[in-house]
Design a protein around this ligand. Structure first.
Ligand code: SF4
Length: 345
């Protein structure tokens, strides 16, 4: 099978569902897994810039009108201490963060409409003017015209996870979300010219390898440029709180399968993976992943953004130093910013 996968890839620069399903089933440290990870590493090196991109995430509000069964921020979780960062705090955080050297600022929140479109546009355009960095929005579902306005204000990337293209799994996990609407919005983001991001969760109830393969093929066919794949982690006070976490090995296999299916994709080694197993997250950079997200939300808010339990804390410089000590390169923007700080440039 391995040889079939590699020769198909050499010919078509992608792989198909049956190949993905095989890769997902590879056992930890098996000879098949080692071989496919080696090949995936070569594909990654050929198709990406050869460095790891550090993106900064500001989680500016943990209010959410939705009630996803796996998420600690769900509307019905009364144990969460809710916060909303004022607009000026969000911009200040972004400006301070820019000095550290991330190559993108990601504005992330629950679905919180108390920030109007105009508010979001103002935040985006001020961050753009004052930092010159690309801005991503990850705010859940909004109306089409709002995404158009965000784009005009200067947002270049837009993230909206589809979670699962299997409707049954999607509806079981997201009782008040609409899969068709999300797919429609993803298509509209591409139409608007956003660098679009999406992703799925590994380990949702009743999910099979075929389902995960369908997710990856879906993202290839929808021309998704950045893909966040993280293992499910149970969150307290949610309907899924007693379920088992998604498997690490399956997540690692999904990264390799995604790299082969969409060779140029921006693929984060997710914080969810790092929360369960930091070594696995570091390993993922070797053969598939090329992005890491660092949370720069001010400390006083951060502990309340609890999508799942025990979320890993990642400091910008710790992340940078760790990646460098493991022998990885980071983007020139980050390298220059860190050197300027060190040598007072
Ligand atoms: S996953 Fe997103 S939309 Fe769902 S409850 Fe959590 S923050 Fe809200």
């Amino acid at each position: 099978m391995i040889n079939d996968i590699i020769s198909y890839h050499l010919k078509h620069n992608t792989i198909e569902k049956k190949h993905i399903v095989s890769i997902l089933g590879f056992k930890r440290n098996s000879s098949e897994q080692k071989k496919i990870f080696d090949y995936s590493r070569a594909v990654k090196n050929k198709n990406t810039a050869g460095y790891i991109s550090i993106k900064a995430v500001i989680e500016f509000s943990n209010y959410c009108i939705k009630n996803c069964n796996y998420c600690g921020l769900r509307r019905d979780n009364e144990k969460v201490k809710r916060y909303r960062m004022p607009k000026e705090d969000i911009v200040r955080t972004a400006v301070e963060t820019a000095g550290l050297g991330p190559d993108t600022i990601i504005l992330q929140s629950g679905e919180d409409y108390s920030y109007s479109s105009d508010d979001i546009c103002e935040i985006i355009s001020q961050i753009r003017q004052r930092t010159k960095l690309p801005v991503s929005v990850s705010l859940g579902e909004r109306e089409r015209n709002e995404f158009r306005e965000f784009k005009k204000a200067g947002a270049v990337r837009c993230l909206l996870k589809h979670e699962s293209v299997n409707k049954k799994i999607f509806e079981n996990s997201n009782p008040d979300k609409n899969l068709e609407k999300r797919i429609d919005l993803l298509r509209y983001m591409n139409y608007l010219g956003y660098v679009s991001g999406s992703g799925n969760i590994i380990g949702l109830p009743d999910q099979t390898y075929e389902d995960i393969a369908d997710d990856i093929i879906f993202m290839r066919d929808e021309n998704i440029k950045m893909i966040g794949i993280g293992p499910f982690i149970p969150a307290e006070n949610t309907p899924f709180q007693n379920l088992k976490s998604g498997e690490i090995n399956l997540t690692l296999n999904a990264y390799a399968a995604t790299r082969l299916t969409i060779p140029k994709v921006q693929l984060p080694a997710t914080t969810a993976l790092g929360t369960i197993d930091k070594t696995a997250q570091e390993e993922a950079f070797k053969y598939a992943c090329n992005v890491i997200m660092v949370n720069v939300t001010p400390e006083k808010y951060r502990e309340n953004y609890v999508i799942y339990n025990n979320k890993a804390k990642m400091d910008f410089y710790d992340t940078y130093n760790n990646l460098r000590s493991l022998g990885y390169r980071v983007s020139p923007i980050t390298e220059n910013a860190v050197n300027n700080k060190k040598y007072g440039g």
